[in-house]
Design a protein around this ligand. Structure first.
Ligand code: BG6
Length: 460
């Protein structure tokens, strides 16, 4: 079912695991002033109750953690580089050597265990200075700063890293402008789409630069994938679902085709958005990605009937709840078949290999005698992986699968540690109390077996 060489593994992001927010010459990032995730506005300065400031201390414990990943048999480990470790303010000419050395040590450790790195260049981690002084990605200057940063990574890690992602969940900037794009306040539609444009151009320029430095580099985009279903069989609801899907497709269309799709141009025109797009931008956009990666947690319904929309309801990025699906404790609706649907959809649309780089269940765990009996997590992952197998059988070219938060980490949306995704339990609570000791959950051995059998142990 799963092809030979399928890349099984786990995924993380720097700001959610590293901690050491002010060590090694690191500058502040936007995450350091977001004590409560995206649920409340940012503060002016780091606050002591921000769990991300020291997170799960991966900065000091990476060797122990990577050894546990190796014990599970990981073929790949997705992590992100904290931009502000390399360029503390973001606009310097020269990188911070100590930051680069930290990631070299991670690569050493991965190589020791034969684990392929998958590096996200920017994961919700804009240097704070770029947000405060430049307005984040609304400012064209960020294209150059980001390209300089990515070039440093490509040059420094040439031959050691093959798989790269430019921006985590690039479409999420439309939903979380500060976390995703470092954009302060409430940007107008014009500002938001100009920021989107800058990120898209930056992504394409970095694809070009990465290929120039090492033609073996495989560089992908990363999309927050949410299949949209019509709430009812009416054509109007089907169209509402299509329109919502297009707001995500647009990012993949541009990354894979190299130009803006007609439906997006119309959408912008109808909203009076007049983008600053230069001739150079158009040429840059033609540098398309090698593969498409995405996160998948949930599907959503859409309707054209405003009376059926309830304020505050729906999933992470809106939509209407699906009456046929259950949800996690955080209201994310669980839909394994949606993963097969989105994989077929993306493959048919773009004909680029896919990489599922995030999927998992955020749940509360109970540590009893050093063990967590997390059958709910096993069942969630099993059911999603069965659907990945189905999509592969449908002919979808799939590079690999990395579960989100393979070790417990700090939640991006709520900044909690009690929203756990890992195979490895980390002893720390939402108040920052705990020893930070690591414990294997039941799912640890389960995943180890899935990897060892290349998926044959999954229960259909
Ligand atoms: C994705 C992000 O949206 O979802 C991750 O790329 C995030 O950074 C993950 O952690 C799960 O979301 P949350 O809010 O449960 O941490």
């Amino acid at each position: 079912m799963f092809p030979d060489g399928f890349l099984w593994g786990g995924a993380t992001a720097a700001n959610q695991i590293e901690g050491a927010y002010n060590e090694g010459g690191k500058g502040l990032s936007i995450q350091d002033v977001m004590p409560h995730g995206v649920t409340t506005p940012p503060t002016d300065a780091p606050t002591p109750d921000n769990l991300k400031l020291d997170a799960i201390d991966f900065y000091h414990r990476y060797a122990e953690d990577i050894a546990l990943f190796a014990e599970m048999g990981f073929k790949v480990f997705r992590f992100s580089v904290a931009w502000s470790r390399i360029f503390p303010r973001g606009d310097e000419e020269q990188p911070n050597e100590e930051g680069l050395r930290f990631y070299e040590r991670i690569l050493d450790e991965l190589e020791k265990h034969g684990i392929e790195p998958l590096v996200t260049i920017s994961h919700y981690e804009t240097p704070l200075h770029l947000a405060r002084e430049y307005g984040g990605w609304t400012n064209r200057a960020l294209i150059g700063f980001y390209e300089r940063y990515a070039r440093v990574l490509f040059e420094r890690f040439a031959g050691r890293v093959k798989y790269w992602l430019t921006f985590n969940e690039i479409n999420s900037v439309l939903h979380f402008p500060f976390m995703s794009g470092g954009i302060p306040g409430n940007p107008s539609t014009q500002e938001l789409y100009q920021a989107v444009h800058h990120e898209l151009v930056a992504s394409a320029r970095v694809v070009r630069c990465g290929h120039e430095i090492d033609p073996d580099n495989k560089i992908g985009c990363m999309i927050l994938a949410v299949p949209r279903y019509p709430l009812s069989p009416t054509p109007d609801d089907a169209r509402a679902a299509q329109r919502a899907a297009q707001s995500d497709y647009a990012f993949g269309d541009i990354h894979c085709r190299g130009y803006y799709p007609g439906y997006l141009l119309r959408h912008l025109k109808e909203r009076g958005v007049d983008l600053d797009i230069t001739e150079q931008d158009r040429n840059d956009l033609m540098h398309v990605v090698d593969f498409v990666s995405f996160s998948y947690y949930m599907s959503a319904c859409e309707t054209a009937d405003p009376n059926k929309r309830v304020a505050g309801e729906g999933n992470l990025i809106g939509g209407v709840p699906n009456p046929t699906l259950d949800a996690s404790e955080w209201g994310w609706q669980i839909d394994p078949v949606g993963l097969r649907i989105i994989m077929n959809d993306y493959w048919d649309r773009w004909q680029k290999p896919l990489f599922i780089v995030e999927n998992g269940l955020g749940a509360r765990d109970e540590l009893i005698d050093g063990f967590v009996d997390d059958d709910y997590r096993i069942s969630y992952l099993n059911d999603h992986l069965v659907q990945v197998g189905e999509a592969i059988a449908d002919g979808v070219d799939t590079l690999g699968y990395t579960t989100w938060g393979c070790i417990d980490l700090v939640s991006a949306s709520t900044a909690q540690l009690s929203k756990r995704y890992g195979f490895i339990y980390v002893d720390r609570d939402d108040n920052g109390e705990g020893t930070l000791a690591r414990y294997k959950k039941k799912s640890f051995d389960w995943y180890k077996n899935v990897i060892a059998t290349n998926g044959a142990s999954l229960e259909t």
